[in-house]
Design a protein around this ligand. Sequence first.
Ligand SMILES: [Zn+2]
Length: 495
Amino acid sequence: MMPLLRLDNPSLRLTHRPAGRGRHLGRRAGGRGLLRGLATGLGFLAVGALDMQPAMAQSKRNPTIIRDAEIETLMRDYTRPIFKVAGLTQQNIQVVLIGDDSFNAFVADGKRIFINTGTLKQSATPNEVIGVLAHETGHIAGGHLARMRQQMENAQTAAIVGMLLAAGGMAAGVSTGSNMGGSAGAGAMTMPQEIVRRSLLAYQRSEEQAADRSALTYLNATKQSPAGMLKTFERLQNDQIFISQRIDPYAISHPMAAERIAVLEDLAHKSPYFDVKDPPELQARHDMMRAKLVGYTQTPDGVARIYGPQGNTLPARYARAISAYRYGNINDAIRQIDALIAEQPRNPYFYEIKGQAYLEAGRGRDAIGPLRRAVELSDGNPLIRMLLGQALIATNDKSLMDEAVRELNFGLQREPSSPIGWRYLAMAYGQRGDYPNADLASAQSALLSGEYKLARELATRAKTKFPLGSPGWLKADDILNFKPPQEAMRRKPTP
Ligand SMILES: [Zn+2]
């Protein structure tokens, strides 16, 4: 998978900032030793919300990209059958998570479906999320992006505009009906630029209906129920009518016209699979995903409110264990995580959390064992491999640097656009005394973080140290030949 933004902070940010100040969503202020100031955790982490307290990570003005092996794997499992029947398997479409509590999902460029964690938290079943993803897939398959792309030429990247949309900055009392700014009630939108954004980003009504029909086709072809999609859209339509001040961004880009919902309802009820339920194991993973999001985004009190202070289900215990390592005592957190592991000894994400908890507590050496196990059980998930690489580096033990280099290189093969991965690789090379490769990896990281000048300086230095024409020399040369995009792109790394 070749996602776009990277893993820590650096990348996906909408403001200029030096690289290397990432902040883990689940991390409290501080940090120590070698990794001080660098985001720990290539596991569950927020990109872009650099200076925010965890509680503020939901802030509408500061969308963050979340990278998480468990949730991304689940999203791939949700979309794989849909992409297949839509004929999009070869397109390598990614689902990208945005850390925002509002309901939203959108296609930025035909290659990525962005989905808010709020959508996942608000959806009780896999089927509800799959329905939304099927609808977005319908927009991709229907080529509904061409018009939007044309209009967004000045924005340079649909992702930036998409992030604005995700940020909900445009949501203010929009009525249904026309999506082009002409409807009654649109007067509640006061800022002209919001109207511009709205007209840029909203699909035409005919496209909405086409995407609905495509979604129904995909759901039928995969023998899944359209009930979740219908439920979600009906709910959004109701929200739209009754809560005009806090309308979800999704309803703005995907106008929930009454007539559209009526047609959808009629068609959905004709599905022979209407009453089909999600497979229990998929529902269980969905519940764990929601628990993880709760554990990372709520305070301990919030977790207790949602799951009950003594809730004993696996999701309740998962959310509490995550909360414990974020807010509590590391030993208590490890005890809780070990109890989860005892229950599901082959669940890679429990080991991953254990390693991450140790790493964030400044105990890199203790993180290594659990993370090696997580790598093994996850079939070498690249995000987890890079987290292991990070833990190995945190030990400052030179005898572990070969393994760190190996893990980071493996991870980067599949996640090559991860600036923080390259930065850790540079640190591992540096600890080994391999300065040409350290410079080259640093140059790569700078390039991906949009720091083109620094990238050139590092690549120039690396190039002089490699033998002429060697692979390292050629890579450095590639970086020197890279043509930076225009100003709009410079704000952030290329997706
Ligand atoms: Zn739509």
